[in-house]
Design a binder for this molecule. Structure first.
Ligand SMILES: Cc1cc2nc3c(=O)[nH]c(=O)nc-3n(C[C@H](O)[C@H](O)[C@H](O)COP(=O)(O)OP(=O)(O)OC[C@H]3O[C@@H](n4cnc5c(N)ncnc54)[C@H](O)[C@@H]3O)c2cc1C
Length: 363
């Protein structure tokens, strides 16, 4: 266990914004976690759980309480026939795990290459990219239940995993300690994402060696500033800032009508959308943002939109208040133009500004 006072949270996040935490405690195992949470329950301090800081926005005022990082290390694999059961500590770096799996020729996670952050946060929003989601390989989540004060195990089916969502997101009740994945000991990964298929030169549905998939995914991600790299200022972000809105057929019709009226498209069918399994439609937030008049590379105050990806808001030497102002102006303009409500993807830590659109703030 390692404890420090008055720690800059900006330095612990990929976007590099926000004020300090009163106290930061790095915790090495389940026993320490239970002990520390027990002690904190008797204090009035509020607790925030942090991993790699790649999906959080910290307020300029920081966090007045204690930040806990479950930094448990564990990488244990057992082979069961042609499958591998992988037990991972919450503090393992997600992309190091993917690289190791690919090196061992295990299939299942290569499309999730390059996603920053720690294993403990991976179920929080059911990380996903290039046609794969954690839910496809997750077996169970081991956590500490702060209300019941005991260790609990959730089979994947009980985690309520959805598009960028789970039962854990937006509430601090469960501290994730360990994640168990089931991978295939050999074989390829199925390519379900058109852009990735094109880059690999294969048809959708083809099976490709995980090492090749990883290289292609990393290449695509670098082109979008979606691999955290201190040399790439366009990756100084929290990843995608808004989730892709999922709208019903009526809302889609209204969006198409507005896009036609504004001369943005010449045919209703040209508004991009992807069918969702529940009959609704997923619309790319990046398209809405650009068609609302925001452009890649723009800077407002000390923040802006990445030169490489319209969905990534980047820190160019500003403050969280600048970011929230840019967020609000994007939210309102998309709402006014298209009647579509954007929702912030990263979790906000600390006090929000009063004029942040409530509907934008997410859970
Ligand atoms: C450049 C970039 C690209 C990205 N690309 C993707 C992508 O392709 N797909 C995708 O899904 N995401 C993406 N993200 C978002 C982010 O990387 C993931 O959500 C990641 O899983 C967050 O991990 P973290 O350890 O950094 O979590 P943090 O940012 O530290 O925390 C995120 C949330 O999880 C909670 N949390 C963290 N650890 C625990 C724990 N052990 N127990 C309980 N709660 C916990 C925190 O309280 C917070 O609410 C990207 C981010 C960046 C910066």
């Amino acid at each position: 266990m390692h404890e420090r006072s008055h720690v800059s949270l900006a330095e612990l996040t990929t976007i590099g914004l926000g004020g300090p935490a009163k106290r930061l405690i790095d915790i090495d195992d389940e026993t320490e976690l239970e002990q520390v949470l027990g002690e904190l329950a008797n204090e009035s301090d509020e607790v925030f759980i942090l991993g790699g800081g790649s999906n959080v926005i910290v307020s300029d005022g920081g966090w007045p309480g204690t930040v806990i990082r479950p930094a448990f290390r564990r990488f244990d694999a057992t082979k069961e026939g042609c499958e591998v059961l992988l037990h991972l500590g919450a503090g393992e770096v997600w992309d190091d795990v993917v690289r190791e799996c690919v090196q061992r020729r295990w299939a299942g996670v290569s499309c999730l290459s390059g996603i920053p952050g720690w294993v403990g946060a991976s179920p929080i929003q059911n990380i996903g990219a290039y046609g794969t989601e954690l839910s496809q390989v997750l077996v169970e989540v081991h956590a500490f239940d702060r209300d019941a004060k005991r260790h609990v195990i959730f089979p994947a089916a009980d985690c309520a995993l959805g598009y960028r969502s789970s039962r854990f997101r937006g509430n601090a009740r469960h501290v994730i300690e360990k994640v168990v994945l089931r991978l295939r000991a050999d074989g390829g990964d199925i390519i379900r994402y058109p852009e990735l298929a094109r880059s690999l030169g294969v048809r959708e549905g083809a099976s490709v060696n995980p090492a090749e998939v990883r290289e292609a995914v990393l290449e695509l991600r670098r082109g979008k500033g979606m691999v955290v790299d201190p040399r790439d200022t366009e990756s100084r972000s929290a990843g995608s800032y808004f989730v892709n809105p999922i709208i019903d057929a009526q809302a889609l019709q209204r969006l198409e009508a507005r896009a036609l009226e504004l001369g943005i498209v010449t045919e209703a069918g040209l508004v991009p959308r992807y069918p969702n399994p529940d009959g609704r439609f997923k619309v790319p937030a990046a398209w809405l943002i650009e068609k609302a008049g925001f452009h890649k590379g723009m800077t407002v105050g000390g923040v802006g939109i990445s030169k490489k990806h319209a969905l990534a808001l980047v820190n160019r030497g500003g403050a969280t208040s600048d970011l929230l102002r840019l967020e609000a102006s994007i939210f309102h303009r998309v709402m006014d133009r298209f009647g579509v409500r954007l929702q912030r993807e990263p979790i906000f830590v600390g006090e929000e500004m009063e004029d942040t659109p409530k509907s934008c703030a997410g859970p």
